[in-house]
Design a protein around this ligand. Sequence first.
Ligand code: SAM
Length: 451
Amino acid sequence: MPSVYIKTYGCQMNERDSEAVAAQLVAKGYTLAASEHVADVVLLNTCSVRDNAEQTALNKMTSVIGLGRKERPGQIYGFMGCMAQSRGKELIDRLPDIDLVLGTQKFHRAAEYLDDLLAGKRDKIVDTAEEQGSEGTIREHLLNGNAKEKSVTAFVSIMQGCNQYCTFCIVPYTRGEERSRTISDIVAECRQLILQGVREITLLGQIVTSFGKRDIPLRDGKSAFVQLIEAVHEIEGLERIRFTSPHPKGYGDDLVEAYARLPKLVESAHLPVQSGSDRVLKLMHRGYTRERYVEIIRKLRAARPGIGITSDIIVGFPGETEADFEETLSLCREVEFDNAYLFKYSQRKDTPAAAMPDQLPEEVIEERHARLLELINEIGKRKYETFVGRKVQILVEGESRRNSARMSGRTRCNKIVLFDGGERHRGELMDLKVTRTGSFTLYGDPAIVNL
Ligand code: SAM
């Protein structure tokens, strides 16, 4: 049977989409290849959020094709996901060896199209059309993957698309309008995962807190998203619930109150703030002020002391002045994020921000990025050091990526903890004493706690 190598760029939604494609292909008899050098089919699942991500995927495919045409003449090449959606046939005009361009609403058609291409029934396939119901098609899992043991954590895609239209962001154009699955459908998928040994579920969406907004009415003042969390919370055997990526607008009192009430909802929240300046937030069309953002964090910390808070921040949005940037620095000092993902602003095709005046020179963006990174690292280091000597509970996920003699798990507040252990610990909820910190990593010792 043919073998396929899938490489993923970008967010967790993309990881999840790739997993669903891999599971679909495995069910059809394909095998998963460890690299492009031994694969009959090479698929790159792409990201369009920044130009850099697009260029990386284009360069990768160019080099894969260059080598593949010499070593494996019949190899099939495909782009999937966001860049496939936004560029479509243009990708084949640019790289004529590409056989397949699969848009964001078409992942479930991968096997059918590859079968046709491999059998020589069709030559080139570009499918980036909208498809009704596609939000319910990302459901197959590959819990064993290529790993030796079972996964104890799983991602569940609950919706597709985005209606927020932030002025910098390409996602509404690559992922389409928001479309949500039904609560019963999602719960059924989660139940199945628990039966297969999963203990922690992360609910996924581009703006996950907007789940069901248009289709599911408020119930007792609770949004559709909180109703979904409640329904998933009831599943026996499930230990932990996470979600990503939310929007600060979605943190109404009903969600904050859910953190206080639902013990399986872990004390961890990712709240993309993007900027600390009200002027820039308005230009970005974010829909909240700095004051409102800080208020949400205050409420979350009151509801769940010790909650881990992370964020996304864009540096160098058009027209961002030194004073605006100082506001971002001061917000970070005020909130004290556990960590934050920093993005250098990237002009995206057809987005309103791309046409705004005062696009900043690269040197300014680089310089501000370096200053903000230094601050985020300094705050993070301080916060991580407070864990030393404390007892934490982790869910052991598997071997550490860098050192196979170590196992890796996460605290409820989403800190990675490494310890000397073995496969027998996988899937366990384990108490450890934190002995030291690394860069955004904790090291722990189970023996100290269990003496
Ligand atoms: N739920 C998130 C939110 O509230 O905005 C959206 C997730 S978005 C797909 C991932 C992150 O990419 C954003 O939070 C933003 O920081 C970053 N991003 C999006 N467009 C960008 C651009 N044009 N340049 C730089 N970073 C960008």
